[in-house]
Design a protein around this ligand. Structure first.
Ligand SMILES: Cc1cc2nc3c(=O)[nH]c(=O)nc-3n(C[C@H](O)[C@H](O)[C@H](O)COP(=O)(O)OP(=O)(O)OC[C@H]3O[C@@H](n4cnc5c(N)ncnc54)[C@H](O)[C@@H]3O)c2cc1C
Length: 443
């Protein structure tokens, strides 16, 4: 039985080891380094603790194969999870699992069209075709270095053509899509759709979606004075905590956070009240609120003093400026448009606020526009699989579904009850196994 697992985050790896141990022939498609979002979060905040305990975020098989001696009820830090469990598991796994470097472009049935059935048989009769592209530097160009004599004979034109990435394919009996929810990030606008001009401008401006926010964090912060975060979930919380240091370094820097909620991070804080990230998020918001209160009191005192100045001194003394918070919270609002600045590099963001949302401060609808340098879009993610639009019942599926109308194709992610966690994903692996075993049961 050949199984393809798409994506080499923690869940892809756990699933690969699980089915390998059951005797399947597993190929794990990996477009970068193994580790996925968990690795990126670790690189950002290695000391912060994970939300669940060892027993929930690791599999029994993984622990046993490593002979891991840990207290299952302890909650590890990101770093402990990585060093004690994930990294050794990768080493162990790469001895038996085939890791295929490549970006999976699409998955479809080898012959069957979307609504076609095989007479008297299930669609499982036809194999899945996984189409992936490889980076020439990792494949052909490596061979150029090791066999220069062969490639010398090919000539410059042929060598140049090898620079472009190439699509290849391989066929499988079963496919598990573990490409992670952050690779299918929602756009910035209302109703999980595009804001005005977004589709056209996103690529030309510093607008980053989902996991791109972490990948481009360094560049964005190095070249920006004003950063906008849209959304107030997990990813937004992590970015905001990281941006706290960036704000502290320079009083001229500013972060604007746009959320549809009346109170920012209300759902996130309620869901994860005791996690370190939730506590840090809450403390951060409080800190900037208190800073603004102090600055406002000082401003009022200065204003009174300025008003009392002798007219000839007052004429020469600039009036005190009303303070602005370095953390600007724009609540009960949607970003409805992005535009380009004409006079310098940058982006205009237009937000519209409605009064009907619970917790909305204003009762009237309002429009505001401001300039910024970068936007981190953290508005959640799409359901289904963007890789398998050519398979039955996959495209419209919710992010929580692991099983689809297409027999033999599964989605493995950590989404359950609105929460994305490793613990949820680990539970889904045995559910997928049960579904696969149904194919073997007697009629
Ligand atoms: C800020 C933050 C904090 C978090 N904290 C926790 C926590 O404390 N505890 C917890 O349990 N969870 C936490 N999570 C969620 C956690 O990151 C996920 O549960 C976990 O990463 C899910 O793993 P995954 O394998 O499904 O996906 P991912 O980790 O997203 O991995 C997917 C992999 O697939 C690869 N991929 C994507 N598309 C393709 C393609 N087309 N071809 C090839 N490869 C592809 C990606 O490069 C990536 O390596 C947090 C998430 C965030 C954003």
């Amino acid at each position: 039985m050949k199984i393809a697992i798409l994506g080499s985050g923690p869940l892809g790896l756990e699933a690969a080891l699980h089915f390998d141990q059951l005797g399947a022939h597993v190929s794990l498609f990996s477009r970068g380094e193994l580790g996925g979002m968990a690795k990126r979060v670790n690189a950002f905040a290695s000391e912060s603790s994970l939300e669940e305990c060892w027993g929930e975020i690791t599999s029994k098989h993984g622990r046993e194969s490593l002979g891991l001696n840990i207290e299952l009820s302890d909650i590890p830090s990101n770093e402990e999870y990585f060093e004690k469990y994930f990294r050794p598991l990768v080493e162990k796994g790469s001895q038996s699992i085939i890791v295929k470097p490549g970006n999976v472009e699409r998955v479809h049935k080898r012959f069957l069209s979307l609504n076609e059935e095989v007479p008297g048989k299930s669609r499982l009769h036809d194999l899945f075709r996984v189409v992936y592209s490889t980076d020439p530097e990792h494949s052909i160009l490596n061979q150029v270095e090791s066999n220069p004599e062969v490639f010398e004979k090919l000539g410059e034109d042929v060598l140049n053509s090898l620079n472009e990435s190439v699509e290849s394919f391989e066929d499988f009996d079963l496919v598990i899509d573990a490409s992670g929810i952050h690779s299918k990030a929602n756009p910035i606008g209302p109703s999980q759709s595009f804001a005005l001009n977004e589709e056209k401008l996103a690529a030309e401006t510093k607008t980053f979606y989902g996991r791109e926010c972490l990948e481009n964090y360094k560049d964005a912060t190095a070249s920006s004075k004003h950063i906008v975060i849209v959304g107030d979930g997990h990813l937004a919380a992590l970015l905001l905590c990281e941006l706290d240091m960036w704000l502290e370094e320079d009083r001229e820097r500013m972060v604007s956070l746009v959320t549809t909620q009346g109170q920012p991070f209300r759902d996130f804080l309620a869901e994860q009240e005791n996690s370190t990230l939730a506590l840090m998020t809450y403390e951060n918001i409080q800190k900037y609120f208190e800073k603004l209160q102090i600055a406002r009191r000082k401003f009022e005192e200065d204003l009174f003093k300025w008003r009392d100045l002798e007219p000839h001194i007052k004429a020469k003394t600039p009036a005190p400026q009303e303070p602005k918070s370095q953390l600007n919270l724009i609540t009960a609002s949607n970003v409805t448009s992005i535009d380009r600045l004409l006079d310098r590099e940058g982006i205009f963001v237009t937000c519209e606020t409605t009064g009907f949302r619970s917790g909305a401060i204003e009762s009237e609808e309002q429009i505001s526009t401001f300039a910024c340098d970068s936007i981190f879009v953290c508005t959640g993610h799409k359901g289904g699989s963007s890789l398998a639009t050519g398979l039955q019942g996959v495209a419209g599926a919710s992010a929580e579904d692991y099983s689809h109308k297409e027999p033999g194709f599964y989605t493995l992610n950590g989404c359950l009850g609105g929460k994305n966690s490793l613990a949820n994903g680990i539970k889904k692996i045995s559910l997928i196994e049960r579904e696969i075993m149904n194919f073997f049961s007697r009629a």
